[in-house]
Design a protein around this ligand. Sequence first.
Ligand SMILES: NC(=O)c1ccc[n+]([C@@H]2O[C@H](COP(=O)([O-])OP(=O)(O)OC[C@H]3O[C@@H](n4cnc5c(N)ncnc54)[C@H](OP(=O)(O)O)[C@@H]3O)[C@@H](O)[C@H]2O)c1
Length: 284
Amino acid sequence: MTALDHPPLQRLYPADSERYEPLPGLYLEMPLPKGRDGLPWVYANFVTSLDGRISLDDGGSGCRVPGAIANPRDWRLFQELAARADCLLTSGRYLRELAAGCAQDILPLGAGFTELQRWRQARGLPPQPDVAVVSSTLDFEIPPVLLEQGRRVWLLAPQDADPGRLERHRRAGAAVAARTQGPQARGREICQALGSLGYQRVYSVAGPQIARTLIADGSLDALFQTVRHRVLGGSQGAFETVVEGPALTPPAAFQLTSLYLDPGDRPGASQHFLRLDRVGGEAP
Ligand SMILES: NC(=O)c1ccc[n+]([C@@H]2O[C@H](COP(=O)([O-])OP(=O)(O)OC[C@H]3O[C@@H](n4cnc5c(N)ncnc54)[C@H](OP(=O)(O)O)[C@@H]3O)[C@@H](O)[C@H]2O)c1
């Protein structure tokens, strides 16, 4: 038995107070749609505090997921969601943070999750999902390890992207999935580009700007959220939340599909796991 096996999770929604489920496998076995009409099914995942923080300014090198909310049980589910994807969506900023040694980890699936790689292979999938990078600046390096892992690396870059940087990324092994009309890609452009490459399930592991891009035009089909039962505070500008940028009008509506309570292995370690699907999206 591993630390992830205990305690079991209580399913709160759909309501069944007697039903307990192990954490490993929760999102691996959950039915997830595939894309339709040439568009992939797109989902994102965040771990947040009770006061909605996803990252805090660490006092110089940018924002990071705070240790007070990051935890191995959430991390396991983050990896399981990656195992379900055929392409991950990440950002130029993440690759800069990775190069600077400030990112949480290399893109999933992480080194400790070879069993999830085997799970994929048993289903005829490559061991690692491919990667699509959204960036207007193209100011990052492609980590060679991504290509060494056998992944395809795609770029979504604006029409007027710096040709020198584009060429450098091509030489490093990346390919262009789409040239977006404006400097800021739209969610629909990203989905159409990845859909036309044949991807059916895309997992955004990026942060609040990409989340906003996807949510703003109805391109995010589902949001997975781990809410750690802790309040972090932090003054304005020193934290980020799930979506940054101008207000969404009208607000994007999501409906609860599942909710699990993780009581934690000690007082103060509890959290809950939500899945929310876009209202008007494909039935879960
Ligand atoms: N708590 C959690 O679960 C969680 C999850 C994910 C991330 N985070 C945190 O969130 C923070 C930011 O993460 P992130 O940088 O991966 O994601 P992000 O804030 O969504 O993306 C930022 C970068 O993505 C590019 N970008 C975003 N939207 C774009 C658009 N519409 N068109 C073109 N480019 C676009 C830009 O790259 P260029 O500057 O290269 O143009 C931008 O700098 C980090 O501190 C991370 O730790 C927390």
